[in-house]
Design a protein around this ligand. Sequence first.
Ligand SMILES: [Fe+2]
Length: 390
Amino acid sequence: MKKEKICVFRMNTKIIYGHNAIENISTYIRELKGTNVLIVTDQGVKKAGIVKRLVRLLEEENINYTIYDEVVANPPIQVVEKGVELAKETSIDLIITIGGGSSIDVGKGINILLTNGGDIKDYTGIEKVGQPTLPLIAIPTTCGTGSEVTWSTVITDPKEQFKFAVLSSQNIPEVAIIDPTIMISLPPKLIASTGMDALTHAIEAYVSVKAQPFSDALAIYAIDLISSNLRKAVFYQDNLEYVGKMAIASTMAGAAFTNGFLGLVHAMSHTLGGVFDIPHGIANAILLPYVMKFNMIAAPCKFAKIAEVMGENIKGLNMLEAAEKSLNAVVKLSTDIGIPNNLKEVGMDPGMIEKLAADSMRSGNVLTNPRKNTIDDIKTLFRKAYEGKL
Ligand SMILES: [Fe+2]
């Protein structure tokens, strides 16, 4: 009899979902005994008036706050360190991150350094954070990151042009507030790219060598929700129903990958994001079909299931034929929402493929990819994705 592997499923975050769920934030702050809050965000979220809405809610309840609004995409180490300096001046006891994946990741980084000291790079890898961190409430304003429920934070080292990941139970937010009313009116391009990031999380977690029944359930349902709602969320971005479904899918995909892990797409996209200014979701969306094609023979049943869930007709097909249909479904979705099909178009320099492949091999995501791979496989994948030759 085949020995079953032991699986661990972490889900420590209280998830609050609903239209205007943010209005009750003071309740969750009080539950976590917060009195002096650091708000971590970026300029875009601030300009959209979302921070103003949050601040009004805190002021109504006499909760002290300090705003750190200097988060940028692919955030470098210095952005985390600057936030720590500000937090130290104000002796905060709770962090609220409000924004996309970068804001949530920076909030997690600030939290680690405030409570554990040192250099954020020292915590690269799995469970290196020794001391408990402050309570953290994550409020995503995009529907893709999943960071509101994950144990990871990804920060860029500009000197090395490399993104490193800190995976720790201490990173998992205590509360995630998923409120579609703060996500409507997002630019369609942002919904498209972050939605494809969520799809990549779900697919990579579902086919990973660490996939397990609990994460599979979340991943496959997230894939279903994304394939039925992403197009509509992009084209009717003011529709709360579609954006809400994408928000749910994104959080589920986050919970799936924090337990089922990721694969080559993220190993390669993090590397790309460290060197070029390519949005994370766009890099994932372009790389996803190339990596799926490479991985197909390692998990044909699972790819066939993805095809079926994404609406492909797999009746009468053998397993591999059905699996290949998943590729059609993903490419069609990506094309429909206006994502390029090659890395040339988004400014990748092919002269960097050697570095990109070597850096990708440093990622832990390489080890959980369903098909064993070498540096030459990764170079070939980068080359194909650059040229758009699937
Ligand atoms: Fe991602």
